[in-house]
Design a protein around this ligand. Structure first.
Ligand code: AMP
Ligand code: MG
Length: 350
């Protein structure tokens, strides 16, 4: 969302599109549009009935993305979620986009590792302002607030609130708690963009926000979508390539996207909800499969937190493909069952 993204993200956008565009030179070229949105550059490349209706469809896709951003960007004072966070201790309606993410986390069975309540904890690290290692008592207090989130559902809407009595957790204060859907909002936004394209007659498209990519249908020449996965310590290098035809999604979470170092220790933006501390053990983790963008985005964050053994076990159980780089730079991967037709391979194997 508004969290600043590194050059690596912009580069991956370029890589995703460049790799996907190969092999279709003889066909009518796709319409391509890139815009700064969701705190990064989003690129849509679409094969529609004709150029002008494809352009209109792309416009609708960006509108859909902006809609999700307006609902969920915790760092924008005018978003729906910022209004919730201004008064999180009173029960308030949750935006439909938030409910969709909460439901996905539950359905995927990763509530232990994906928490949308870590706003105050992420802020304590000051990744986008003044980086610092939070004092333990601040961390404990902020973390205690995250565990008090509850939601209730009526026949027409869902409501949420946090329950906190400590005055140090005042909504206007330094430890102000709140909801942060930044770990999944891009995926949801790209899903909405894809549906906007589909509804307007686009038969094939790739939409990428760098760390998350979704595809719609199959390119006119039948060639697979090919998405580059960057090396977490050398983001100019494509270390692996994911491939599939038809609808699918891919997300990467990494310790290099927002981080600082203190005394030789890297502190990055993916936090273990049990401790509030930077999740250890991996440099990056990519999930790809016959899943939605929302699912891939939730899973890359959650499986990064679970670590390599937990991630690989989950991938085998749920038939998604995984590519991970551990903290010493060693790669491990697992491909979805062959009928899924989603593969991730080392770039040099191709
Ligand atoms: P991603 O790049 O999709 O893995 O999302 C990382 C972002 O999600 C961070 O910048 C935080 O805003 C938020 N976040 C960090 N840790 C978690 C977590 N364990 N569960 C959910 N969101 C998280
Ligand atoms: Mg994510």
């Amino acid at each position: 969302m508004t969290v600043p993204r590194t050059r690596a993200f912009a580069w991956l956008v370029a890589a995703a599109v460049a790799v996907s565009a190969t092999g279709c030179a003889a066909q009518q070229p796709p319409v391509r549009e890139s815009r700064p949105v969701l705190g990064t550059i989003v690129t849509v490349e679409a094969y529609g009935p004709d150029a002008s209706s494809t352009r209109r469809a792309i416009e609708a896709a960006f509108d859909a993305i902006t809609g999700v951003e307006h609902a969920l960007d915790a760092y924008s004072p005018t978003s729906t979620i910022a209004a919730f966070n201004a008064d999180p201790y009173h029960e308030q309606p949750l935006p439909a986009e938030a409910v969709e993410i909460l439901d996905a986390v539950e359905q995927l069975g990763v509530s232990d590792a994906f928490s949308p309540t870590l706003l105050s904890v992420v802020r304590l690290y000051g990744f986008d302002s003044t980086p610092s290692v939070p004092p333990e008592d601040d961390l404990a207090l902020a973390l205690a607030a995250t565990r008090t989130f509850s939601r209730t559902t009526s026949s027409t809407a869902a409501f949420g609130r946090l329950r906190v009595s400590d005055p140090r957790l005042d909504p206007g204060g330094r430890l102000a708690p709140g909801l942060d859907f930044g770990g999944a909002a891009k995926g949801l936004a790209l899903d909405r963009a894809r549906e906007a394209l589909r509804a307007r007659g686009v038969r094939a498209a790739i939409v990428t926000a760098g760390s998350t990519t979704v595809t719609l249908g199959t390119k006119p020449d039948g060639s697979p979508w090919r998405i580059g996965i960057e090396h977490p310590r050398d983001t100019a290098t494509v270390m692996a390539i994911a491939e599939w035809t038809g609808d699918g999604a891919l997300s990467t979470s990494g310790d290099y996207q927002q981080f600082f170092e203190r005394d030789g220790v890297r502190y990055h933006h993916i936090l273990d909800p049990r401790t509030g501390v930077t999740a250890r053990g991996l440099q990056s983790l990519t999930v790809a499969g016959r899943i939605s963008g929302l699912e891939s985005d939730v899973l890359s964050t959650a499986l990064f937190v679970r670590g390599q053994e937990g991630a690989l076990a989950y991938a085998r159980e749920r038939s998604v493909s995984i590519w991970l780089v551990d903290s010493s730079g060693r790669v491990r991967s697992s491909n979805a069952a062959s009928e899924a037709g989603v593969t991730v391979r080392a770039a040099e194997d191709r």
